[in-house]
Design a protein around this ligand. Structure first.
Ligand SMILES: Cc1cc2nc3c(=O)[nH]c(=O)nc-3n(C[C@H](O)[C@H](O)[C@H](O)COP(=O)(O)O)c2cc1C
Length: 413
């Protein structure tokens, strides 16, 4: 048996591709339309260089940060990703790996495991909500998250129901029934090790989304049923965001994920959020949106002194984490990087990826002569002209800010 440890996220991806059925691998590749945004998320990191020092380098590597009230051993946490029949343990495996590395987990409302099980595996779990249904439906889900002991909420609103990929979308069955088994059989039978992992548990991959119901244990919809409800829901307003935030409790951590524009960042502050993630949903959303790292500097400059600014999209190595921090992020969230780890080697694979990011960040800190992650700055980087993209207008946003109680509190804080 080859050594299950891998030395890079790229190698984890290669192993996941070999090990997983084609459709499961394709679901993790994700992306939308032409794949421009997903590509730019990676290309943009490659455009940024480092400006290393030679001597007088730091001996310490202090990486701990506090994000949404949780102490993290490093500025990297798990971004929420939807239902994944990658391992039988799924999100619980990811939660365990994150807990063992001292970091937090974002749990998708489209996840395959109940939040109660995931939070038991990692108390530093933030539950992620999409806007599905109306305020009553949302309130019931928020109550469940509260009862389950979620450490915070993440509201992800950047979803435009984009349709189709030029490279073809994977076949994802509605249910594991005879038809699905017939269509999946050829790809699954060529992946015996993946099949064996499920066979050992005597369970078939579960394609339901148990966190979409208000009461644990209630009959969960399938992923596609939930997606249908979501498509029919009215688009949330900024008032809905402020309402959700108030409902959760203004003393409790709340993140708005998917902010790209400076005016939206200002409105998020106005709605009273604790944190935002500068994110384009990993390029799975409106294709043609620039890389999130290009938008980060302007968003961090606009609101970084008022809310915690995180970034997700395109993080594949520790050096990327250093770049994002130097450009104004307090921490980053990872998506595909840990999914490749999970696909390659389950819980241990996710831990492996987190270790790689920690070690890579440590190596960047040595080279840049920084003992503390908070000291990383643009002085450490070589940024090509025209790299950044400011989306939206700060002046317009300032003029639009409301006088809501949440906004006043946020401004006073
Ligand atoms: C397969 C897949 C499923 C995802 N599902 C969700 C989700 O349910 N909720 C959410 O907020 N973001 C979701 N995302 C987006 C991630 O949280 C994150 O924003 C993105 O993956 C970051 O980019 P990266 O994959 O390059 O790290 C998903 C991403 C992928 C790749």
């Amino acid at each position: 048996m080859p050594n299950p440890w891998f030395e890079s996220v790229a190698e984890a991806q290669r192993r996941a591709k070999k090990r997983l059925p084609k459709g499961v691998y394709g679901a993790l590749v994700a992306g939308s339309e032409r794949g421009l945004t997903a590509e730019d998320n990676l290309a943009a990191f490659a455009e940024i260089g480092f400006a290393p020092h030679t001597a007088g380098l730091a001996n310490e590597k202090n990486m701990a940060v506090t994000v949404m009230g949780q102490e993290l051993s490093m500025p990297v946490m798990i971004s929420p990703t939807g239902v994944q029949a990658v391992t039988p343990g799924g999100e619980v495996d990811v939660a365990r790996a994150a807990a063992s590395r001292g970091t937090a987990m974002g749990l998708s409302s489209m996840a395959s495991k109940p939040m109660e099980e995931v939070i038991a595996a990692n108390p530093k779990t933030f539950f992620q909500l999409y806007w599905v249904g109306d305020r009553d439906v949302m309130a019931a889900k928020v109550e469940r998250a509260r009862r389950a002991g979620a450490a915070g909420l993440i509201a992800t609103l950047d979803w435009s129901f984009s349709y189709g990929r030029d490279w073809g979308s994977p076949f994802i069955p509605e249910r594991i029934n005879f038809e699905a088994a017939r269509r999946y059989a050829p790809q699954v039978l060529t992946r015996p090790r993946w099949l064996w992992d499920f066979a050992k548990t005597m369970k078939i991959p579960d394609l339901t989304v148990p966190n979409m119901v208000a009461t644990p244990g209630d009959k969960a919809p399938t992923f596609f049923e939930a997606y249908g409800q979501w498509m029919q829901s009215p688009m949330p307003t900024w008032e809905d965001v402020a309402w959700l935030r108030e409902l959760w409790g203004t003393d409790k951590p709340f993140m708005l994920k998917g902010v790209m524009r400076v005016d939206d960042a200002k409105r998020a502050v106005d709605a009273g959020v604790t944190a935002i993630s500068v994110s384009n949903h990993g390029g799975n959303n409106l294709d043609g949106t620039p890389a999130s790292i290009r938008a980060l500097p302007s968003v961090a400059a606009a609101v970084g002194d008022q809310v915690e600014v995180l970034l997700d999209g395109g993080i594949r190595r520790g050096g990327d984490v250093a770049k994002a921090l130097a450009l104004g992020a307090k921490a980053v969230m990872i998506g595909r990087a840990y999914l490749w780890g999970l696909g390659a080697n389950g819980e241990a694979g996710v831990g492996n990826v987190l270790d790689l990011l920690r070690d890579g960040l440590g190596s960047a800190m040595i080279g840049l002569g920084k003992a503390n992650v908070a000291d990383l700055s643009t002085d450490d980087l070589v940024i090509p002209a025209g790299f950044e993209r400011q989306l939206g207008d700060v002046a317009v946003a300032n003029a639009m800010l409301s006088t809501s109680p949440a906004a006043s509190r946020a401004r006073e804080a």
